[in-house]
Ligand binder design. Structure first.
Ligand code: ATP
Length: 328
């Protein structure tokens, strides 16, 4: 076992962690990432629950994921698709630091797994996809790209916020605008970052990524929400093979992307638009929202209808037809 693994942060239920402002009790682990973990915690005084993201301090690491997370959450301020920071702290002696943030509900990937055939209805897919893009648009406005958009990195809100989608995890986000708000000069070669399944073509080709590449990953995510069986390259783990399949869907095999999806012409329009953009190009987000709305109305769905997980089980578990009849 390496020293790093031995030093893993591992809080047991009931552990107490204090900042200068408050004390938090660990309820349970929510998830573990490469550099730390996320815990469900309860503020001792108020009994309010939060998510605490903890990162080990490591001298060998150039970039702290948590610092990037804090920088971005501060920048976006009160934008509705981003979690609010409640508190933060560091423990020099124990070698970790943490942020306490607003608790959100299940991730899109978790919500999807609970569905029949593990996909959302078309209307929910388009509505959720639209909110996912709003979050990305806001991030781009602040001069950052996300570089790891996938259903695991979005979640619904809790309780009366179940219709609201939050974007999570800015660990590998990157500034693409300089201080004068101009596009940075693209680097000649770039390391692969992110998740193979949702990576844009530029990432596979080791070239610089810009806003349009986030949009490409977002498009794969959109399709993944509604395509029975998932994306055509889902079983392939080899980067170059996945690149070939993705390239093929731009040529002869476009149909593989849409198998069984009721309305494809607007989706096609969106993909063509994203593919027509280059690294430095601005994105016309309105064009994409409009196409999502049209896809929905052409399929007889209401983009603003309650999402699958907001419906009583007996309704949400049935076919697209039922979801259509819920229109209005
Ligand atoms: N604010 C939050 N409220 C509830 N759950 C959260 C919150 N933030 C993150 N999580 C959950 O914790 C888990 C890990 O989160 P996240 O992806 O942000 O961490 P990470 O350490 O950066 O992971 P990775 O390195 O795998 O990308 C996920 O399951 C996510 O849904």
């Amino acid at each position: 076992m390496s020293q790093e693994e031995e030093d893993d942060i591992n809080f047991k239920t009931g552990s107490e962690i204090s900042s200068s402002k408050a004390t938090y009790t660990v309820v349970r682990l929510l998830g573990e990432g490469g550099f730390g973990a996320v815990y469900l915690v309860e503020q001792a005084k108020t009994k309010k629950q939060f998510a605490m993201k903890v990162e080990k301090k490591m001298d060998t690491r150039k970039h702290s994921k948590l610092k990037m997370e804090i920088a971005i959450l501060k920048l976006v301020g009160t934008c509705k698709h981003f979690t609010k920071i409640e508190d933060r702290g560091k423990k020099d002696k124990e070698g970790y630091f943490f942020i306490v943030m607003q608790l959100v509900g299940k991730s899109l990937s978790g919500l999807k797994k609970e569905r029949p055939n593990q996909i959302f209805t078309f209307g929910t897919g388009m509505g959720v996809g639209s909110q996912c893009l709003e979050a990305v648009e806001e991030l781009h406005k602040q001069g950052f790209i996300h570089r790891d958009l996938k259903p695991q990195n979005y979640a619904s809100g809790q309780d009366d916020e179940r219709h609201l989608i939050y974007i999570l995890d800015f660990g590998i986000a990157r500034k693409y605008l300089n201080d004068k708000k101009e596009m940075k000069t693209p680097r000649e070669s770039v390391a692969f970052k992110g998740t193979i399944r949702f990576a844009p073509l530029s990432c596979h080709r080791y070239t610089e990524m810009g806003p349009k590449d986030d949009c490409e990953s977002w498009f794969y995510l959109l399709i993944d929400l509604i395509l029975e069986g998932g994306l055509p390259w889902r079983h392939c783990k080899v980067k170059n093979e996945v690149l070939k399949i993705k390239e093929n869907t731009r040529k002869d095999n476009r149909a593989a992307l849409y198998k069984g999806i009721p309305q494809t012409s607007e989706l096609n329009k969106i993909l063509d638009y994203i593919d027509s953009r280059a690294y430095q190009d601005r994105i016309d987000y309105k064009f994409i929202y409009k196409a999502l709305g049209e896809a929905c109305s052409n399929a007889g769905c209401d983009i603003n209808a309650p999402y699958d997980w907001e419906m009583p089980k007996e309704i949400s578990g049935t076919s697209t037809e039922t979801a259509k009849s819920m229109k209005k």
